[in-house]
Design a protein around this ligand. Structure first.
Ligand code: FMN
Length: 303
């Protein structure tokens, strides 16, 4: 399948921030079996991230995190991480997740990596709930969102996806702003802002305070966001949030996504992404579906 001009062997990608830059997977997930990998966010300078603890389990497969976009910075990612991925991705497409403290930071990262071997797509993270400056603010304000996308657009000919927040007041309107400013695709959704309280200490469970909720509860939220945005724009969508089975992935595809990301479920059980790929194939065979393209956006809304 071809998405934004890039060919994917299947629609399943590892969600950004949950697989670092691939090296840390240590052979537990075979990238060669997957459609792609989203990298941890890359910023111009190294970021120390949020204070520990950074991750907590809310309950039964529901996670909350405030990693604070910790990353080794553009130079190190360019010198060490991306060359490793270019050699070992095994045909999985590489989506570089980009973040910044300022509008210009996004263009700085994109322009520096535009000719980097093995980079297939940029994804602008304008929806992280776990940073004090930037993050969700970039996606929430239409003028700033447009400026971020325009700046990155001017810096590369490679496809650009824009990742939006499920907390967005009008996610379809935000998607239209991003597409008008030059985005080639939209990713739905980032984590949902949340708070887990340690009742003994009467303090937040996370060092940062609040965090981003991921895992199962995001599934219906992300699927609705995908459907809303599918009806509003004519670019490919990456659906992510709460996927742990082929049925979950099918919901995103039928709602309009061309690609489906898996994060939290793969952190709990690294065999999940490969199993979803396999089960998707089986489902299609059992239902006489020859290509997943036949399913995308075929949801019939009740009249
Ligand atoms: C520990 C952790 C770190 C994350 N880091 C990033 C990040 O750097 N950039 C980004 O766009 N999304 C990041 N995300 C959000 C995921 O890519 C994804 O949108 C979200 O977790 C929902 O998918 P899931 O329910 O399958 O985990 C992170 C999520 C988790 C759990």
């Amino acid at each position: 399948m071809t998405v934004a001009g890039v060919s994917f062997r299947n629609p399943i990608v590892l969600a950004p921030g949950t697989a670092a830059y691939g090296r840390e997977l240590g052979g537990v997930i075979a990238l060669a079996a997957l459609g792609g990998i989203g990298t941890k966010a890359v910023s111009p300078k190294p970021r120390a991230g949020a204070p520990a603890p950074r991750v907590a389990e809310a309950r039964d497969g529901v996670m909350i995190n405030a990693v604070g976009l910790a990353n080794p910075g553009l130079d190190e990612v360019k010198r060490v991480e991306l060359p490793w991925l270019a050699e070992h991705a095994g045909g999985a497409r590489v989506m570089v997740n980009v973040v910044g403290d300022t509008v210009e930071d996004y263009a700085t990262v994109v322009s520096s990596l535009t000719d980097q071997a093995g980079v297939d797509i940029f994804e602008l993270n304008v929806s992280c709930p776990n940073v004090r400056a930037g993050g969700m603010e970039f996606g929430a304000d239409p003028a700033t969102l447009a400026a971020v996308v325009r700046g990155a657009r001017a810096a590369t000919n490679r496809p650009i996806f824009v990742k939006l927040s499920p907390a967005s007041a009008d996610i379809a309107a935000s998607a239209c702003v991003a597409v008008d400013a030059g985005a080639d695709g939209i990713t739905l959704v980032n984590t949902m802002p949340g708070l887990v309280v340690d009742v003994e200490r009467r303090r937040p469970a996370l060092g940062f305070g609040s965090g981003g909720v991921s895992g199962a509860p995001l599934l219906p939220v992300g699927v609705l966001a995908t459907w809303k945005v599918h009806r509003a724009v004519r670019v490919p969508l990456l659906g992510v949030g709460g996927v742990s089975s082929a049925t979950d992935a099918l919901q995103y595809l039928i709602a309009g996504a061309s690609l489906v990301g898996i994060g939290t479920a793969a952190m709990r059980d690294p065999s999940v992404p490969e199993r979803v790929v396999r089960d998707l194939g089986r489902w299609c065979e059992a239902h006489g579906v020859r290509s997943l393209g036949e399913l995308i956006g075929t949801l019939e809304w009740p009249s």
